[in-house]
Write a protein that binds this ligand. Sequence first.
Ligand code: PLZ
Length: 447
Amino acid sequence: MTIAPVQQCRILATAIPGPRSQLLDKRKRSAVSAGVGTGVSVYVERAGGGILVDVDGNHLIDLGSGIAVTTVGNSAPRVVQLVQSQVEDFTHTCFMVTPYEEYVAVCERLNALTPGDGEKRSALFNSGSEAVENAIKIARVFTGRVAVVTFDHAYHGRTNLTMALTAKSMPYKQGFGPFAGEIYRVPMAYPYRWPTGADRCADEAFDAFVSQVHTQVGEQNAAAVIIEPIQGEGGFIVPPAGYLRRIADWCTQNGILFIADEVQSGFCRTGNWFACEYGGVVPDLITTAKGIAGGLPLAAVTGRADVMDSVHGGGLGGTYGGNPVACAAALGAIETMETEDLCGRAREIEALFMPRLRALANKFDVIGDVRGRGAMLAIELVAGAADKAPNPVLAGAVNAYCHRQGVVTLTAGTFGNVLRFLPPLSAGDDLLHEGLDVLEQAFVATV
Ligand code: PLZ
């Protein structure tokens, strides 16, 4: 059976959310825990290219990719093909019981694609949080140390250890403590908000990092420093040139592992396979998830063979980690990224978005900063040109306007004042321009 491809245009068939979505949302409220929120209450029926089709027939432009997951697009043909064939062959054996080739093949691809020419190994898991937890476990075993250094504005997940690594209290941590111990937070190089100005950010942030780790942790106690090469949930904060490299080199000098959390920034999203490549950094360990498998749940830790192999047999695993269907999807997604040069496409998207976002920022002084790389871009909303006070109310209003007009945008940021753009790399230029037109209308209507 062949299914017609999803029509690539925005269609507003009803108000958003439409009547059928509203009915489903009523069912949601009486069936699903109130703790699970939704950004746009349209219920999706189909999706592909750059479009989400809801149950009322609305076609929405997707500028979120389900939070940076559907990088190759929804139901990308090669992903569908390999998943279908895998589902028919077998769905689960548990790799720890009776293994299969697909798991090994994904690890081989990850070892080859991640930065660094040295020998590497990988291990597969189900979610980004789980990958981060395991990276910390591995770093502790290898170094024989326990302390872990994390940053302001960091997001690493919602499990107990990763909540401790995550910076923002509401909604991620509020009421969920006590949190895991031996986690130490240091300032992040955030150029736009660096107190003495963006020019001094790299040097001063690095000095603060070194001094705080020395005085508050003790280098000899630190197993790992974990950082997102571009911070995601924290507001798409791009560290200044040279900063990541200096941190990584300092870690090496002190026997501390440098972990790059590329869960959101990895797999072509920023115009490179991994965002840490922009910093010229070869991490000891990299965590990946999201874009790796075209929407199926898969995550990984990849890194130096000596580090990864330091763990005792049976120390890493999980019932579903590296599920064969998710692995088949990953092989399809990675193949698609290569054959369609999606890193190149992410750079094209940056070239399409950036001039328009900058023009918008020139017109509206409530847009304090425009930043990001590839198809991981954001604007930070503030009170005005002279006042950088975060403006989450405006971010919420612009976001809601876009949703009502059939464009799925997302917010982010410690202060909730960042609008972020994460389109699927399968979205066409026309759709992206139309999405930006709606964003512009949102500012005209809201500011
Ligand atoms: N590390 C860098 O971005 C997930 C979470 C959204 P999971 N980010 C989106 C939400 O509100 O839950 C993320 C990330 C980075 C780790 C994670 C965690 O990945 O697959 O959500 O566990």
